[in-house]
Design a protein around this ligand. Structure first.
Ligand code: CP
Length: 321
């Protein structure tokens, strides 16, 4: 993806479509802006006027709980007006093309589209076709990218363990179908993380996984040794085209994170998961609810990261024609 689509001529954020290729300084700037936004999220009046008068449309053509609601909350905390258009209420169901839907929303003076779609590249396609003053944020496209999820994940890690160069981070599970894993790997590598591991059965790894800049483990217990952060992933059945696994029971037996297995990692290792979690498939309840789990912190940080991205992308928009 061309960086010029994502950044303007001055290097400021224009659209946010992928973490891949993002300059280190921009990534850190988003994390630092999110840090200042966390102050807003804990005030008694959780609002700042940064995006007053702006209109943000959330276009979710795939199910979502965390991402959609935290984008909505983030926009409201920035004082923007928010339109929520979900799969079951979109006119695309009546045969309208995606671009025609967008043109209609443009005619309502929308300033930003937040887009989730099952097809990889949709947010990128939209960014290439919208009017110059409109901004696009990718809220997850196919198995390609989920950039705000990756940033809220590294934001959560940074709050607990800020020295990325000394960290070993393991991502466990369905790497093959995971847009989250791809974006996390890019973010961790941009932050010069000491070691990024992926742990999965061969059937759930892309064939070219080594080229991602990761160390590959097929055995969970081997891969967990000396790890500072364990990120568990959901089995993404909706993107599996054939049987990649004998059964969920079998998967849990070999790759489920239990209390015993967690003890192989460092004693203060963080346990993370982008959600939604499947208890008894990716991890036991005792791990999901343990003091080492920061899964709900990740959700809270999603608001601050999305406030940062939306406010930065809309900071210097040209005047609406
Ligand atoms: N992590 C994540 O994208 O969750 P949702 O599908 O609920 O948005």
């Amino acid at each position: 993806m061309s960086l010029s689509l994502q950044l303007d001529a001055s290097g400021d954020l224009k659209h946010f479509l992928t973490v891949e290729g993002l300059p280190y300084e921009m990534l850190v700037s988003i994390l630092d802006t999110a840090e200042s936004m966390t102050g807003v999220t804990v005030r008694s009046i959780k609002k700042v006027p940064l995006l007053r008068g702006k209109t943000i449309a959330n276009l979710f053509f795939e199910p979502s709980t965390r991402t959609r609601t935290t984008f909505e909350l983030a926009a409201k905390r920035l004082s923007a007006d928010v339109l929520n258009i979900a799969l079951d209420s979109a006119a695309t169901l009546k045969g309208e093309s995606l671009l025609d839907t967008l043109r209609n929303l443009e005619a309502m003076y929308v300033d930003m589209f937040v887009v989730r779609h099952s097809h990889s590249g949709t947010a990128h396609f939209i960014a290439q076709h919208v009017a110059p003053h409109i901004r696009v944020v990718n809220a997850g496209d196919g198995r390609h990218a989920h950039p705000t999820q990756a940033l809220l994940d590294v934001f959560t890690i940074r709050r607990h363990k800020p020295d990325f160069g000394s960290l070993c981070v393991a991502i466990v599970g369905d790497i093959l179908h995971s847009r989250v894993a791809r974006s996390q790997i890019h973010a961790l590598n941009i932050l010069l993380t000491g070691e990024v591991r992926v742990i999965a059965p061969r059937t759930l790894l892309p064939v070219d996984v080594e080229s991602f800049g990761v160390r590959v483990f097929y055995d969970l217990e081997d891969g967990l040794r000396d790890v500072d952060v364990v990120i568990m992933l959901r089995l993404q059945h909706e993107r599996m085209q054939s049987g990649h696994l004998p059964s969920e029971y079998e998967y849990y037996h070999h790759y489920g994170l239990t209390r015993d297995r967690l003890q192989i990692a460092k004693p203060d290792a963080l346990v993370m998961h982008p959600g939604p979690i499947n208890r008894g498939v990716e991890m036991s309840s005792s791990v999901a609810d343990s003091p080492q789990s920061v899964i709900l912190e990740q959700v809270s940080h999603g608001i601050a990261i999305r406030m940062a991205v939306m406010s930065m992308a809309l900071a210097r928009t040209p005047t609406t024609p």
